[in-house]
Design a protein around this ligand. Structure first.
Ligand SMILES: *Cc1c(COP(=O)(O)O)cnc(C)c1O
Length: 360
């Protein structure tokens, strides 16, 4: 049995080099005589792992000392609560609703304060990014929230919203490290690791230091305070140590490739192959407005549910797995994250061409 081409939206494909390295170090991490899973998070060896991981992501994204980088747990979804609990000083926040993840974050924020949905693309099944150049942002809003890449619907913000100077908070789970980012344009950036970075459970938060509140909302648990984790350098309690170790390896893999400009180029090439095929196909159709298309998640349909199901089944038999679309969109979705080789996308396009010939 060889490895398949895994088009899953998450947990998703990781670089084979990274998995092999982890395999080699599994029983005896660099002469420690034990695996990273078995060692103290206070040990010298682990201290080096987490320190290097932080430095490497700082290098990749050019993160300045104005920002704290935190390795937390609870996945991206825990941030849905942690953000309002820590950032809602005036208990007011503005949310842009571009899909299920933004909606969930918005609902969670409503528990803690006066969160408002100020723009949405729900009218057309989230198939586009709404115009965010002139939003009705309140003078005393604490932040403006976006989900930058919409994993389920395959849309991506190509221009950041005009926040009228309010801190921008972005969920980048499914586009994390897929291209360079201007970190200084954000107040807080966060992403769950399992889409582009590493194992599920780890969530990375990049937060501007002045937004780390000494006094979050009353009742905020200790574990949900950014201040606690920032002061302890992500070692307040036992962190998701093995997950952080794998994230660190993925950062080094990206650095070795040549950094985010290079991975962006590769991602653009892969996405172009698939989108160009979709645009000329007479059977398959992309579901997203062209200018808002994601480089990471590519949803498409045939328009016939039975044919969609047949496609997913036959693709799996050909070694192209997890192409079924999200249940709220139907059809198919190919997630082509950083670690998906170009060859995988070429195989997919070739398979689609043949499928189209037989089934039209
Ligand atoms: C997957 C995903 C989440 C949820 O991540 P969990 O780690 O399962 O909580 C949130 N936001 C986006 C954009 C995602 O793709």
């Amino acid at each position: 049995m060889g490895r398949i081409y895994n088009f899953s939206a998450g947990p998703a494909v990781l670089p084979e080099e990274v998995l092999k390295e982890a395999q080699e170090e599994m029983l005896d991490y660099r002469g420690c005589g034990m695996s990273v899973m078995e060692m103290s998070h206070r040990s010298k060896a682990f201290e080096q792992i987490i320190t290097e991981a932080e430095q490497d992501i700082r290098d990749l994204l050019h993160i300045s000392e104005e920002y704290e980088v935190l390795f937390l747990q609870g996945g991206a979804s825990t941030q849905f609560a942690m953000i309002p609990m820590n950032l809602m000083k005036n208990k007011k926040a503005e949310y842009i609703i571009t899909g299920q993840w933004a909606k969930k974050a918005f609902k969670e924020a409503c528990i803690y304060g006066d969160a408002r949905a100020i723009a949405s693309s729900e009218d057309k099944t989230f198939s586009y990014i709404p115009d965010c150049s002139n939003l009705p942002i309140r003078e005393d809003a604490d932040y403006v929230y976006i989900c930058e890449n919409n994993t389920i619907y395959g849309t991506k913000f190509k221009t950041l919203p005009n926040t009228n100077g309010k801190p921008l908070v972005a969920d980048v789970s499914s586009c994390f490290l897929s291209e360079p980012m201007e970190v200084e344009k954000y107040g807080l950036i966060y992403g769950g690791a399992q889409k582009n970075i590493g194992p599920a459970g780890v969530v990375i938060v990049i937060i501007r230091k002045d937004l780390i509140s000494e006094e979050p909302l009353t009742g905020t648990p200790t574990m949900l305070r950014y201040k606690i984790h920032a002061d302890a350098k992500s070692l307040y309690n036992t962190p998701p140590a093995y997950g952080i170790y794998i994230c660190g390896k993925v950062f080094k893999w990206l650095k070795n490739i040549g950094g985010l400009e290079i991975i962006q180029k590769k991602n653009e090439e892969k996405a172009k192959l698939l989108y160009e095929f979709l645009d000329q196909s007479r059977l398959f159709k992309g579901t997203v407005r062209k200018e808002d298309r994601s480089l990471m998640n590519v949803p498409f349909v045939t328009g016939d549910k039975e044919l969609d199901a047949k496609f997913v089944k036959e693709a799996k038999e050909a070694g192209l797995e997890n192409l079924k679309g999200h249940r709220t969109v139907g059809g198919m979705r190919a997630s082509i994250y950083n670690a998906m080789p170009k060859e995988g996308v070429e195989k997919l396009v070739e398979f689609m061409e043949n499928f189209e010939k037989v089934n039209r």
